[in-house]
Design a binder for this molecule. Structure first.
Ligand SMILES: [Zn+2]
Length: 130
């Protein structure tokens, strides 16, 4: 079923490093290949690994790359660890925490300095700033 034929390779642009899939792509930048009524990931087909419980990961972090030298087979957990090691997940998490933290800090600050802040605002208003 999954033959790496001319049709397949006609959709691949082999550069010196990555082999870029130039066919259809998903919103995440992964290649998508339609076979019959189903869609498959070309990088999985290259690795002959279309089982969705097994992940085919990219060493090169280029989701559209189908160079077997740049791919490795990992479990879902591996892939998550790999992603977090590369900072993809941690950055998101940190950002969320920071936002949350600043909200709490502001609430605390406001509580402590409410009077001063209100006075400041009143003063501003009196001066015609607000
Ligand atoms: Zn690559």
């Amino acid at each position: 079923m999954f033959t790496l034929d001319e049709k397949f390779w006609s959709k691949v642009n082999k550069t010196e490093t990555c082999w870029i899939w130039i066919g259809g792509k998903s919103s995440k930048g992964y290649g998508r290949l339609r076979i019959g009524s189903k869609f498959f990931s070309p990088h999985r087909i290259v690795m002959k690994c279309v089982d969705s419980s097994i992940d085919v990961c990219h060493k090169c972090d280029n989701p559209s790359c189908v160079n077997p030298d740049h791919l490795f087979i990992g479990t879902r957990k591996d892939n998550m660890q790999d992603a977090s090691k590369k900072g993809r997940l941690t950055r998101e998490k940190l950002y969320a925490n920071k936002k949350e933290r600043s909200k709490v800090q502001w609430a605390r600050y406001y509580k402590k300095h409410r009077k001063k802040l209100l006075e400041k605002r009143k003063l501003k208003r009196n001066l015609g700033f607000v």
